[in-house]
Design a protein around this ligand. Structure first.
Ligand SMILES: [Zn+2]
Length: 320
């Protein structure tokens, strides 16, 4: 348990990281938030629910937060145990949860076609192995309430890390579960040490999401990979996340101010910024940093400070 009545935290391993799944348990219904990777429902979620005296048939809804395999890869496994549950996701992410080809195109290899930056083959084969994609029953866009019996929880749309990221607000418990919607200044290992850069992708959405969570003023913020934050630590985490985002934004803009003639690919920008933005030991740090750097580059194109030449491969950014 998280220490909050009616909210069950189920901790699952993810390599050297943690990956927490939550269940919101009410008198009439239970909502499961995320499925983990393939096998997690069998090995961790069922035993976790049993320890909290929740039977599988009490699970009425499975809300899948977003289109990364550590969150949706267990859909098929979860479906076998929670047969009566409706599986919910946002339309902008749901397609990728149901079709691995769409996932590769839109997420797993999303920098490849335009920017020539690909994931290592080992990471791609790992993603294939841990993913049991499957159907989503209900598309939700945020704002929907789920009646648990003794209280309600609300689905929130919190884009930024992905376009269709969902969170769950449990106002009766003063708690918001955000999965990966807000990402601090590093994604940590299981002991809380920085591992790789925060992988937000859509900058304006991400800042709006941080502001939305701030406005809800939860006394407890629970995440997939960072554990949970309570009281003043909630605000500290939101501040840290926003400050990191603003720092990267300035750093990306400055690249093109100091040498305004030069065109740069996404890889050029990542390589120039990697030594300056933080210290991350994980070898995946370069590809992880491509997410926020690409997000800021595209934001600078959107506001007219940069242009993008997409007639060449990889595409080249230049000062306008
Ligand atoms: Zn994740």
């Amino acid at each position: 348990m998280t220490g909050v009545d009616g909210v069950v935290r189920i901790s699952t391993p993810l390599g050297g990281r943690r990956n927490d799944v939550y269940a919101f348990v009410g008198s009439a219904r239970t909502v499961l938030f995320d499925t983990g990777v393939a096998g997690v429902a069998t090995d961790f979620i069922l035993p976790g629910l049993a320890a909290a005296r929740v039977r599988p048939e009490q699970v009425s809804h499975v809300v899948v937060s977003h289109c990364d395999v550590d969150h949706f890869g267990g859909i098929t496994d979860a479906r076998q145990h929670f047969r009566q549950a409706a599986f919910l996701a946002h339309p902008k992410d749901a397609g990728m949860m149901q079709d691995f080809g769409l996932y590769l195109q839109g997420r797993g290899r999303s920098f490849y076609a335009n920017y020539g930056l690909d994931e290592p083959p080992l990471d791609l084969s790992w993603a294939r192995e841990v993913t049991g994609e499957g159907p989503i029953d209900v598309l939700v866009t945020g704002g929907e309430w789920i009646d648990l019996g003794d209280r309600g929880v609300q689905v929130l749309h919190v884009p930024g890390h992905s376009r269709g990221h969902l969170a769950i607000s449990d106002p009766g418990r003063g708690l918001v579960a955000i999965s990966d919607a807000v990402l601090g200044s590093a994604v940590p290992d299981a002991d809380g040490n920085p591992l790789f850069p925060p992988t937000y992708r859509h900058v304006a959405d991400y800042l709006r999401t941080i502001a939305l969570v701030r406005s809800l003023a939860p006394s407890r913020l629970v995440t997939a990979h960072y554990g949970q934050f309570e009281g003043a630590a909630v605000v500290d985490f939101l501040d840290e996340s926003e400050a990191f985002c603003r720092t990267v934004g300035i750093a990306v803009d400055t690249l093109f101010t100091t040498d305004h003639e030069a065109g740069r690919t996404l890889s050029d920008c990542v390589d120039e910024l990697l030594p300056t933005l933080g210290t991350w030991p994980n070898e995946g740090r370069r590809n992880a940093l491509a997410f926020p750097v690409c997000g800021h580059l595209e934001e600078l194109v959107r506001v007219g400070r940069l242009t993008l030449d997409a007639t060449v491969r990889p595409a080249v950014f230049r000062r306008s």
